[in-house]
Design a protein around this ligand. Structure first.
Ligand SMILES: Cc1cc2nc3c(=O)[nH]c(=O)nc-3n(C[C@H](O)[C@H](O)[C@H](O)COP(=O)(O)OP(=O)(O)OC[C@H]3O[C@@H](n4cnc5c(N)ncnc54)[C@H](O)[C@@H]3O)c2cc1C
Length: 389
């Protein structure tokens, strides 16, 4: 008797939610996606619609307008976006990366002000960490927030900011105490209407064309004291270490879904495409490549599922999140590259989902912390463990 593993991380309530998400994406996102790719950003109306159907508040508490679920519901949305190769709208950045910072560290007033608007999609959010001179080395950011009057004066700039062009709210990292290095970082909730806030170029990217990515500038930008996330200054590094683990899982879940989707599409393609009088699927090379891909996905999925379950219970360590991000993004890149190859010239045409997925997924190894930084996180305690023996 053969036995196929059934995923056990999701229950019927999640699968019912998945069916709704899938129907919504197929009806309201897929038909417009090519237009958004040409525009280079997504319109506000689709954010509102996502809010109406409950995609933006899956894990936000009911008192702030959300559904009060956990990361498993977020993962469902991410898997469906990944399955359909939809890199935009960047709801993941907004609802599953920025919003949890507010949930975990925001004051009551900050949550009451921002979360309901984020859930309904009337406020679009972004996170501003990376600077022209500091990406992997976040401790070296130069954006400065100086106490002045009843608030802070912020000067500096950011680069590569997802949703930077369309955002109403930017969760911004700035140094409040220069002498403390990484420990002198604080996070601020910046309303993009604040005088002194300026958007720069909408950057042209290799993939993710429907998602805007921008430069941001702050010059003599005065924010009120209560724009500081939480009650105290210099908590930013701790807040980031907590929040970035979730960001890494967001990327991991999407990467797995994209790999699985590429496998399915490619299987279909090689069954139908004929060369030398036979379906491409009949060549041993094709079958072996697909066998390797399917094995990698089937072996990896249970690990990712365990991480999803741990994160849903707020028990996932930064090291495990880093492992998930490192492994799944390398897998997705490898799989997508093979799938493009098995599509031949069609695999290089933008109208083919596999081509778009290949270009879109490449950045997964770079953002949310590069994969080299993931290896640093995973290995940083090796020396301590050795000493403790
Ligand atoms: C499409 C896109 C969207 C993004 N969205 C956002 C966003 O919304 N918000 C945001 O804040 N940022 C965002 N980023 C920025 C992203 O997080 C950074 O690009 C990333 O962290 C790498 O930083 P960097 O580009 O400065 O590269 P660098 O830090 O200059 O790294 C260059 C290379 O050096 C390697 N390297 C660096 N340090 C080490 C080390 N100690 N050991 C070994 N190797 C090392 C890196 O791994 C990399 O291979 C986005 C980037 C892209 C491309």
């Amino acid at each position: 008797m053969t036995f196929e593993f059934q995923r056990s991380v999701f229950q019927e309530e999640h699968e019912a939610f998945r069916r709704g998400v899938r129907a919504f994406l197929e009806a309201e996102v897929v038909p417009q996606y090519s237009k958004w790719e040409e525009d280079g950003y997504t319109p506000r109306e689709i954010w509102r619609r996502a809010g109406e159907v409950g995609l933006l508040g899956t894990s936000i508490a009911e008192e702030y307008g959300g559904s009060g679920g956990d990361f498993k519901f977020d993962a469902i949305v991410l898997e469906e976006l990944g399955r359909l190769n939809l890199a935009a709208p960047a709801w993941d950045m907004h609802a599953y990366i920025v919003a949890p910072f507010l949930t975990h560290f925001g004051t009551g007033e900050q949550k009451r002000h921002w979360l309901p608007r984020m859930v309904e999609g009337s406020v679009i959010s972004a996170i501003g960490l990376t600077e022209p001179n500091a990406g992997s080395d976040l401790a070296d950011i130069r954006t400065r927030a100086k106490r002045e009057g009843n608030g802070y004066r912020i000067d500096g700039s950011k680069i590569f900011i997802t949703n930077g062009i369309i955002a109403d709210l930017v969760l911004l990292a700035a140094k409040t105490s220069l002498e403390l290095g990484a420990k002198g970082v604080s996070l601020f909730l910046v309303d993009t209407k604040t005088p002194g806030f300026r958007r720069g170029r909408k950057l042209k990217k290799v993939g993710n064309h429907a998602q805007d990515t921008a430069e941001l500038f702050f010059y003599d930008m005065q924010v009120p004291a209560d724009a500081l996330l939480g009650e105290n200054e210099n908590q930013g590094w701790m807040q980031l270490m907590h929040g970035l683990a979730q960001e890494r899982m967001v990327v991991a879940v999407r990467s797995m879904a994209m790999a699985r989707s590429a496998f399915d599409t490619t299987l279909e393609h090689v069954r139908n495409r004929v060369a030398f009088g036979k379906p491409i699927a009949s060549f041993q090379n094709t079958r072996f490549k697909l066998a390797e891909i399917e094995t990698d996905i089937d072996v990896g999925q249970p690990f990712v599922d365990r991480c999803i379950a741990s994160l849903a219970e707020d028990r996932l360590s930064p090291e495990m999140a880093a492992k998930a991000k490192l492994w799944t993004t390398e897998l997705a890149d490898r799989v997508l590259d093979e799938c493009v190859q098995l599509h031949g010239g069609y695999g290089y045409m933008w109208e083919y989902p596999v081509a778009r997925a290949w270009a879109d997924a490449r950045v997964h190894r770079i953002y949310a912390g590069t994969n080299e930084i993931m290896k640093q996180i995973i290995s940083r305690n090796y020396l301590d463990r050795e000493r403790q023996r």
